[in-house]
Design a protein around this ligand. Structure first.
Ligand SMILES: [Zn+2]
Length: 439
């Protein structure tokens, strides 16, 4: 069915960003069929359903290139004992206890909650990284059905690590990668790896072999904390990126998350191998691990995207955090104004093109109909030349009114249409309190 989203300010993004005041976007099935002046499109595209977007901005749906859906159940959870004093203690005292306690019901509901939050924030594509060692086999299927039910797109993987059992999670990834195959544009698969310091050479070799045979990339945390770098140097005599490159983990489809503690020669390896980096500023600040050298990465020609690392599903807030953090860390109020939006609006779509084979992040004829429609009546002139100013200081706080993915309206008038939000939240509270009692 064709739908006309009309009378809004359309911001197409893409190579030739156009801002169309009083514009419309027409969709049919999963694609955009027309973009242009509202009056003209009303005449030339009579449709069954039209959505009035007066006082609203129509943007392409946002993308998160590193998320952990399962982290939902940590919200409000108290961790007994002394507060974790460093990154490794945070993993040992919080995350590795939490993921081990997840049941199959927890896996489903802890995906549904952030999926609802994605829809609320106009995030229509996510690259997720999952761990649930006590409910490992089949866990990716549970998340896949939650994603399909929610109606957004997601690339999924299971976090392989030797921390509980040698090679734990390899079979789950292998099975899911085989099942997904080339993907259907909604679900994609990667080989998930925790991090160098929890993976033996033997496990890495096994994972890389499976990923290469299937033609998929690896999704791995890299040098998030100095502990990962120190471990690699101590055990293997080389820093993290060099070790991972030696083991074949680098490559155009692979995603190296964080890269806070890497040196220039490691950046060169990432650039040469066309591996992507995903920056997660809120998470890095929360874990007090340091600041990624995002501007240097970009200068080296590395494709750097933006993720939330499970902190939230709000990509505009994450973008502003990246902007503020780079300014502060570089002691330079001239930087990051272009770069932070670039990570979200240009680079995240490029990373996703490598996973889904789709051109996302742009509103144009023939492209996927993924839209985020926000309440925003610009208080100052808005044009192609000053859009980033509105984005960083206005749109970032605007409420998403309507979210569309694959041409389907998932939220309209701030009401989630396809999931029973109240029922899922009630169930999540019940399961979370039971899960906390098991810790
Ligand atoms: Zn992560």
């Amino acid at each position: 069915m064709a739908i006309r989203f009309e009378n809004g300010i359309v911001i197409t993004l893409g190579k030739n960003n156009r801002i169309i005041w009083n514009g419309s976007v027409v969709t049919e099935g999963e694609k955009i069929t027309a973009v242009g002046d509202a009056k003209e499109l009303k005449k030339s595209f009579p449709v069954a359903e039209s959505i009035d977007c007066t006082g609203k901005i129509i943007l392409p749906g946002f993308i998160c290139t590193h998320h952990h859906f399962y982290s939902t159940m940590a919200r409000g959870m108290s961790v007994p004992g002394e507060p974790a004093a460093n990154f490794v203690e945070i993993l040992e005292r919080l995350w590795w206890k939490l993921d081990k306690a997840l049941s199959s019901d927890d896996v489903t509901v802890s995906a549904q909650i952030p999926l609802i939050e994605c829809i609320r924030n106009g995030t229509t594509t996510v690259i997720d990284h999952h761990a649930s060692p006590s409910c490992r086999d089949g866990s990716l299927d549970l998340i896949e059905s939650a994603v399909r039910q929610a109606g957004i797109r997601a690339s999924l993987c299971y976090e392989v690590s030797d921390r509980n059992i040698r090679g734990g999670g390899i079979a789950e990834n292998q099975r899911f990668i085989k099942k997904v195959g080339q993907g259907d544009g909604q679900i994609a698969a990667m080989m998930g790896l925790h991090a160098s310091f929890t993976l033996s050479d033997e496990t890495l070799e096994n994972c890389v072999g499976i990923a290469k045979d299937a033609g998929v990339g690896c999704h791995v945390h890299v040098a998030e904390d100095a502990a990962d770098r120190d471990d690699s140097i101590k055990k293997f005599g080389i820093p993290t990126v060099k070790r991972l490159d030696k083991m074949g983990v680098t490559g155009k489809s692979s995603i190296f998350v964080h890269c806070v503690h890497i040196d220039e020669s490691e950046m060169d390896i990432i650039a040469t191998t066309k591996t992507s980096i995903v920056h997660n500023p809120e998470s890095n600040m929360n874990n007090a691990v340091g600041v990624s050298k995002v501007l240097e990465f970009l200068n080296k020609g590395i494709l750097v995207g933006l993720g939330t690392d499970g902190m939230s599903s709000d990509m505009l807030a994450q973008m502003r955090c990246a902007y503020l953090l780079q300014r502060l860390a570089n002691h330079d109020p001239r930087v990051a104004f272009m770069e932070a939006p670039q990570l979200l609006l240009k680079n995240n779509p490029e990373i996703c093109e490598r996973q889904f084979g789709l051109h996302l992040g742009e509103i144009n004829q023939g492209l996927p109909a993924d839209l985020a429609i926000l309440d925003y009546d610009p208080p100052t002139p808005l044009n192609e030349g000053n859009f980033l100013g509105h984005l960083l200081f206005g749109l970032v706080d605007a409420t998403v009114d309507t979210t569309v993915c694959k041409g389907k309206i998932l939220m309209k008038g701030k009401k989630i249409l396809i999931l029973d939000e109240e029922r899922i939240s009630t169930r999540s509270r019940e399961l979370a309190s039971q899960m906390w009692a098991r810790l």
